[in-house]
Design a protein around this ligand. Structure first.
Ligand code: PMP
Length: 371
């Protein structure tokens, strides 16, 4: 089996499973309970928070554990805008994940005014274009660290130089990037950041939102005082401890060897192939490639039949018939979008996976598309 869809979700590190099992058995007490085993659970929660905060140079009390990236992004957008008194305008990027774009659309129905920042043909946002879009009533800028379909990295330092100077909170979706490249929220001047464990060897259904101490945020849910009241509900300690373990185990930066080899093989064998975002810096584990005249919808089942698993786009949009909004924003036609594959690598891959995949694609094309 060759699994090349880590950007959709990663297999779980075996050590993470062991930790989750042990914590479920031995730390079942509620961290809010005021007896010894409750205190032990609280202490473990504190340790996990510390590891995760340190991983991107924040403070422990700036971490809000969530159920994953979708919740983190919704909490950031709704949380900042609903807490904003006078300012009603916000900016999000055109290639953001659906959990940002759909939340942004929902906010327009609450009376907020939305501007969408376009990207260049290599998928990058321009800090100058952002500066021109900012208004006196801009309350939030929300731009991803890296794109989950192409791996393209955004110029966050240039963007945050503007947002910090204008005192506009900057939220970054780091779900694709966290655990794969080093992140320093202080150096990058990021005010809010979303991450999710299941993209980096951790369990599904857990993530965090980093919220810089000075930022005001309204909660989405109401209840107890967990997570400083910003995310009430009994903490999912086994998942959080699994997340901590995944953070400890992740190689940051991740290796690009398998991705690079696959890219080299595919571009060599298919001279017309185009690597989307090739002109930009990219995450080390994602390859987004258009192979002319090879529809992904036909190729992927053939690869799957050989035990090779890749995707055409973001997993949560894979049922959609419409072209990828990311590739459309980068200027690709609907046909080019339909001829695009996303490969994403991770800790379980070996170099020969690239060769096996390239050979399988050659075989499929020879037998299916060229006869
Ligand atoms: N943002 C990005 C960039 C993602 O790739 C994803 C997952 N596809 C999410 C947010 C949502 O994360 P989750 O699946 O943890 O809700």
């Amino acid at each position: 089996m060759v699994y090349l869809d880590y950007a959709a979700t990663s297999p779980v590190f075996p050590d993470v499973l062991d930790v989750m099992d042990a914590v479920s058995r031995d730390f079942y007490a509620n961290p809010s309970s005021i007896y010894s085993i409750g205190y032990s659970a609280k202490k473990l929660l504190h340790e996990c928070r510390k590891t995760i905060a340190t991983s991107m140079h924040s403070e422990s009390d700036e971490i809000v554990f969530t159920s994953g990236g979708t919740e983190g992004n919704n909490l950031a957008l709704f949380g900042v805008l609903r807490a904003s008194r006078q300012k009603k305008h916000f900016i999000v990027g055109s290639t953001e994940h659906h959990s940002v774009l759909a939340a942004a659309q929902a906010l327009t129905r609450e009376g907020f005014s939305l501007s969408i920042l376009p990207c260049s043909s290599d998928g990058r946002y321009s800090a100058e274009a952002l500066a021109r879009m900012i208004r006196p009533d801009t309350a939030l800028v929300c731009l991803q660290i890296a794109n989950n379909e192409t791996g393209v990295l955004q110029p966050i330092d240039e963007i945050s130089a503007i947002t910090r100077e204008k005192r506009i909170p900057l939220h970054c979706d780091a779900v694709a990037a966290y655990g794969h490249i080093p992140l320093d929220v202080r150096a990058l001047k990021i005010d809010l950041l979303t991450a999710s464990a299941h993209k980096m060897g951790g369990p599904k259904g857990v993530g965090f939102l980093y919220v810089r101490n000075e930022i005001s945020l309204s909660p989405l849910f109401f209840g107890g005082s967990q997570e400083r009241g910003l995310r009430p509900g009994t903490e999912n300690l086994p998942a959080i401890a699994g997340f901590q373990k995944a953070v400890e185990l992740s190689a940051v930066p991740a290796s690009s060897l398998v991705r690079d080899r696959l890219e080299q093989l595919l571009t060599h064998h298919h001279p017309g192939a185009i690597v989307n975002g090739a002109g930009a810096s990219r995450l080390p584990h994602i390859l987004n490639i258009t192979i002319p005249d090879v529809p992904a919808e036909q190729l992927l089942p053939l690869l799957s039949a050989k035990g090779i698993y890749a995707s055409a786009r973001a997993a949560c949009a894979s049922g959609e018939r419409i072209p990828s909004h990311v590739l459309t924003a980068m200027g690709l036609s609907a046909t080019e979008s339909a001829e695009t594959l996303r490969f994403s690598t991770g800790f379980g891959n070996k170099l020969s996976d690239a060769d096996e995949t390239s050979n399988a694609i050659d075989f499929a094309i020879l037998n299916r598309f060229c006869t």
